[in-house]
Design a protein around this ligand. Structure first.
Ligand code: ADP
Length: 353
């Protein structure tokens, strides 16, 4: 039957695509008017020119049309007042103003895991992305912060793009599915423009990604660090002293200097190293494993650092291809790949910190 309650019921099942919460919960439903079989729904957008306007309208029309007795559905848009927006921000706000003040630890995620490597090109971003995807698949709320500001590749690997909406001074992360939120410098710059950061600016950008992003209450926030050691890791360690450090390596980049570098990084930042993952561990041809870059380098590194060895990932064409085309192998890959990343995700899930 066509009643306001019936319309509200439908609206409570429609989410704002960016904020990932029902319109009713976001106080976006301003009015519902019923005149015979004609329904007019008034929606309060968070920002004028919201890019998701058309989609919200379609969802409402499609949903409300199904109620018995409805002849036409009209959606009228308005924009929230400053006060309404402030209230919404408070409702959604995590890790915001108060927590961002110097000395207050961020706590919007249960665990913060920074992923480091001794050098570039070892597959750190690939592994970070797919472990995050695997944990989201297991039902966890996961955030992915691409702190590799020079070589950001996560949006591409996840197959997401677009410009995050900014509500006043807060950034709405891009969603992939229900459980994964992403923020990357790649959303804000032209991919062909060189990104040049000086120390203080870099520090500021990372802190903004931590404190000015409307992250959900997360189970995990993964931070994909730039290769090597350095400023970004120190910034993160200052803002999140409880962050954990996960190390990705290839078998051959485990020469002593890499061990030394990672160990020094952990020491300098006071972050706990939780484990080592070896990528490009071997290549399989005709059922035979070829250890192109040497064998057991990751295990050795883990031993020398005195931490757990979490697993090895083979070098495969399909892994490279699916990453390059925005289909993360942790969900879209072969059954072996899905199982592989699930195993790593479970190993991390089971650590207690
Ligand atoms: P990093 O973040 O360490 O610089 P990336 O994750 O960007 O490295 O990976 C570098 C390249 O190697 C990418 O093209 C990626 O698809 C590819 N790659 C990573 N891991 C594997 C693997 N196990 N098998 C095949 N290609 C891989």
């Amino acid at each position: 039957m066509l009643t306001k309650e019936a319309v509200l019921d439908v609206l409570s099942g429609i989410e704002d695509p960016e904020l990932g919460k029902p319109l009713t919960e976001l106080d976006m439903v301003k009015s519902i008017d019923i005149d015979g079989g004609d329904v007019t729904v008034g929606i309060n957008l968070t920002v004028a020119g919201c890019p998701m306007k058309a989609r919200i309208k379609d969802d409402i029309v499609r949903g409300v049309t199904h109620i018995e007795g409805v002849e036409s559905v009209n959606v009228v848009f308005d924009v929230m007042s400053d006060e309404e927006r402030q209230r919404l921000k408070e409702k959604l706000g995590h890790g915001t103003a108060a927590a961002a003040q110097a000395g207050t630890e961020l706590n919007f995620a249960k665990r913060f895991i920074a992923v480091a490597s001794g050098k570039g090109g070892v597959g750190k971003s690939t592994i970070t992305t797919n472990i995050a995807v695997a944990l989201a698949r297991l039902g966890h709320k996961v955030g992915l912060l691409d702190a590799d500001v020079y070589g950001f590749s996560i949006p591409h690997m996840l197959g997401v793009s677009g410009q995050p909406t900014i509500i006043d001074d807060k950034i709405v992360p891009i969603r992939k599915g229900d459980n994964l939120q992403v923020i990357s410098m790649g959303f804000f710059v032209n991919p062909d423009d060189p990104v040049i950061w000086r120390g203080p600016l870099l520090h500021k950008a990372i802190n903004q990604f931590l404190s000015d992003v409307m992250w959900d209450d997360l189970d995990f926030l993964f931070l994909d660090l730039p290769p090597g050691t350095g400023d970004v890791t120190l910034t993160i360690a200052q803002s999140i002293p409880s962050a954990e450090l996960l190390v990705v390596t290839t078998p051959q980049s485990t020469a002593t200097h890499v061990v030394g570098r990672v160990a020094r990084l952990a020491e300098k930042t006071n972050l706990a190293v939780i484990g080592v993952i070896e990528n490009m561990a071997y290549f399989e041809t005709n059922g035979k494993k070829e250890y192109i870059f040497g064998k057991d380098g990751g295990k050795l590194l883990a031993e020398r650092l005195g931490v757990s060895f979490l697993g090895e990932i083979p070098l495969t064409t399909s892994l490279r291809e699916s990453s390059d085309t925005g289909h993360p192998p942790a969900t879209d890959g072969t059954p072996e790949q899905i199982a592989l990343f699930e195993k790593l995700a479970r190993a991390i899930e089971q650590m207690h910190h």
